[in-house]
Design a protein around this ligand. Structure first.
Ligand code: PHE
Length: 400
């Protein structure tokens, strides 16, 4: 009887402590998520490897960006051939942010706090990078994005840099192309309200097109990422009678908009930015939807430069028949710049690695010559591409 009672009591105590323990745990998680600030960890992992954390959208509505980026990064590492830097091997740790800002912040936090990576590379969509960058900045860990073009990204602080051009440049390129090359005079703009990229780029286009003497329809036509039916929006756009439409969005919504616009007889050229640059655009928009439109981007696989052509060849040999798009090329160049910086850094602490990255000068990439300026942005040329049912065709190159 006594034994039984004692057993019973200890079971109760055990259960109670379990409850208490799980209660504590819950509270911990709560206070973590409401307080995104990371304590500066001081130093990266001091093992026999250099850890490169990569944050990319591997799944979700912008998954081709992540898949192409990681392919590019893997080719860059392959080209590097397992070479050791300061006696250490390079190891890539990939985190899928699913194209979501919250997931991006969590991924950056995990790479810094748990893995103690030496450097973070990523992400693609500017709103995703903007969510993760303050965490890296706070912790004093270098974060370099190969693809996010929104102005605000690198304004986060001195640990945040990029190896691509910004939307101040890209937006001007497309406004000029619309006004001077296509000789259009009345533009409508369709914006993704959930995207810092789309909002920023449309602002630049609006100002530049007006400056060049064009008329921009004052109404801002808006949608939100993940919308699927754009017909009522497009009928309003059609009624405003533009002779060109600027659509700075990402390929999933852009593809649907192009398809529905054609079905509704909105037959003016649509212009976009690098967010259209995906091997899935043609599939979503359909042959009729893509025809006769133009985008600005970072790279053309038609570029006859021998280094570009050997990249295109290696890429298709490794990853199938589809030619590499902008993201593949940006991922490749971005990784090579980081490897070059890791070699040049006198030591493998965060500050030395960061200063080596932001002092990159004249690095010969396949997306152009990469020099990181005093605002930690790269000044590089852009290309204008024509979208065709079979892919993107080179139209012109624009230097900064
Ligand atoms: N520039 C886009 C952004 O900042 C991302 C992107 C880059 C998409 C290159 C496709 C290709 O949101």
């Amino acid at each position: 009887m006594n034994v039984k009672k004692a057993f019973h009591l200890s079971t109760l105590t055990f259960l109670a402590s379990l409850l208490l323990f799980s209660g504590c745990n819950k509270q911990d998680t709560k206070s973590n998520s409401s307080q995104p600030v990371v304590q500066a960890t001081g130093n990266p992992a001091d093992g026999d490897e250099i850890l490169v954390g990569a944050v990319f959208p591997m799944t979700g509505p912008i998954a081709t960006y992540g898949q192409e980026s990681v392919n590019g990064i893997k080719l860059a590492l392959q080209k590097f051939g397992g070479e050791k830097i300061k006696g250490k091997k390079i190891r890539l740790i990939i985190e899928d942010n699913k194209g979501e800002p919250t997931e991006s912040a969590n991924a950056v936090r995990k790479l810094i706090n748990v893995d103690k990576v030496h450097v973070v590379v990523g992400s693609v969509a500017s709103s995703n990078t903007l969510a993760g960058a303050p965490i890296a900045q706070q912790a004093g860990v270098p974060l370099m994005t190969p693809a996010s073009t929104n102005e605000k990204v690198t304004q986060t602080g001195e640990f945040i840099s990029r190896t691509c051009f910004t939307d101040d440049f890209q937006g001007v390129v497309m406004a000029k192309f619309a006004k001077e090359t296509l000789k259009k005079s009345k533009a409508a703009i369709i914006v993704d309200n959930a995207s810092d990229y789309s909002k920023g780029l449309s602002k630049v286009f609006r100002a530049e097109f007006a400056k060049l003497g064009g008329e921009v329809i004052p109404t801002e036509y808006t949608y939100t990422a993940k919308d699927q039916d754009f017909r009522s929006l497009l009928s309003k756009v059609k009624r405003s009678k533009p002779d060109v439409v600027f659509l700075p969005g990402y390929y999933t919504e852009v593809g649907l908009i192009l398809k529905q616009a054609k079905q509704m007889g909105l037959n003016v050229p649509f212009l976009g930015g690098d967010g259209w640059d995906s091997p899935k655009l043609q599939e979503i928009a359909g042959a009729e939807g893509v025809k006769g439109n133009y985008i600005s981007s970072h790279f053309s696989p038609d570029d006859q430069d021998p280094t570009v052509q050997s990249f295109v060849k290696e890429y298709t040999e490794n990853f199938g028949s589809q030619k590499p798009g902008a993201m593949a090329a940006l991922g490749y160049d971005g990784m090579l710049v980081v490897l070059d910086a890791l070699k040049r850094a006198p030591k493998l602490d965060y500050a030395s690695i960061n200063s080596a990255i932001i002092n990159t000068k004249g690095f010969k990439g396949i997306t152009g010559s990469i020099t990181i300026d005093e605002n930690r942005n790269a000044r590089k040329s852009a290309v204008v591409l024509k979208t065709l049912p079979e892919g993107m065709a080179f139209e012109q190159k624009v230097n900064p």
